[in-house]
Design a protein around this ligand. Structure first.
Ligand SMILES: Nc1nc2c(ncn2[C@@H]2O[C@H](COP(=O)(O)OP(=O)(O)OP(=O)(O)O)[C@@H](O)[C@H]2O)c(=O)[nH]1
Ligand SMILES: [Mg+2]
Length: 226
């Protein structure tokens, strides 16, 4: 296949994705839904952070979750165990969710007006960065066991995010991970990147994460009324 044809196909795929993302974003704006697209490498703690968040914030506002994995419904089962509605999307050989998958999942989920919708993307630091799902923010989770160099090795991921969550800080006493250096690398790619250091299992830093979510939801509700 010629390089020109390859580029043309890639542009077609992204244009189709963007048109579904625009539809999603319009729906979320009309309903005042605050939507976050969580991305990370496998095992950095996305589902653990979500289950802890859903348990701690239970009853404060309506929530729904879309779970993306190549196979299994393990993560959606973990979310449903908290009493939160969740849909699992299996991408098979695909390495990311796309906007059309989100459109379809939203049609099958009870997404309430003025609610929060969490989307957990397929675990890897490459493909999810390129696809707009119609979210308010992309959130990248990096755990302290993964190495400070990850932002520079996977720049598109960190450049696409608005919030970086540094997870598993409870493990720092046992590691040589340099948090400040990692944050410096990430902000070279995205100077405005916000950072929250936390432990999804230990609980340190979760208050800041919860405040960030509540502020985002308040903004989505305000925009809807306006
Ligand atoms: N020590 C420690 N372990 C954590 C923390 N958060 C998650 N874990 C552990 O990390 C492992 C992976 O967590 P998951 O939540 O499944 O990670 P994930 O990002 O959802 O993984 P994928 O869905 O496979 O991409 C589990 O064994 C968790 O218990 C944390 O803050 N501290
Ligand atoms: Mg998970």
């Amino acid at each position: 296949m010629s390089q020109t044809r390859l580029v043309a196909i890639e542009q077609d795929i992204l244009a189709k994705n963007d048109s579904f993302a625009a539809v999603n974003r319009q729906l979320f704006a009309a309903k005042g839904v605050f939507v976050l697209n969580l991305m990370s490498s496998p095992g950095s703690g996305k589902t653990t952070l979500l289950t802890r968040t859903l348990t701690d914030l239970k009853g404060r506002f309506p929530v729904a979750v879309i779970e993306g994995d190549q196979q299994t419904s393990f993560d959606a089962d973990r979310i449903r165990a908290t009493g939160t509605p969740a849909i699992q999307v299996n991408t098979g050989k695909g390495c990311h969710l796309d906007a059309q998958m989100v459109t379809q999942a939203v049609g099958r989920l009870p997404v309430a007006d003025e609610s929060v919708l969490f989307i957990e993307n397929v675990g890897n630091l490459v493909c999810p960065a390129g696809f707009d799902l119609g979210e308010a923010h992309k959130v990248v989770v990096l755990s302290v066991t993964e190495g400070e160099d990850k932002p520079l090795k996977y720049p598109a991921m960190f450049a696409s995010a608005d919030l970086l969550i540094v997870n598993k800080v409870d493990l720092l006493p046992h590691l040589t991970f340099d948090v400040a250096r990692m944050i410096d690398y990430a902000r070279r790619l995205k100077p405005s990147l916000e950072v929250i250091e936390l432990s999804a299992t230990g609980g340190q830093g979760l208050d800041r994460w919860y405040a960030w979510i509540e502020a985002g939801l308040a903004k989505a509700k305000g925009a809807r009324k306006g």
